[in-house]
Design a protein around this ligand. Sequence first.
Ligand SMILES: [Zn+2]
Length: 62
Amino acid sequence: MVAPRPYKLKCPCGYSKIVALKSDVLSPADLMAVSSTCPKCGKAMQKVPLGLFGQIFRMFQK
Ligand SMILES: [Zn+2]
């Protein structure tokens, strides 16, 4: 078993957070961290792989 890769959760309202777990054994705090519900507006956030996010960011910089 390997640790999950970090990813970013992004909400349409502008809120975003990076989820990086140290292992695949989830503590209650980790379960809160991986929750995809936005704490600001309550909508479902979209999972964005960090690598892909970096590529998109570079595209916008051109
Ligand atoms: Zn939101």
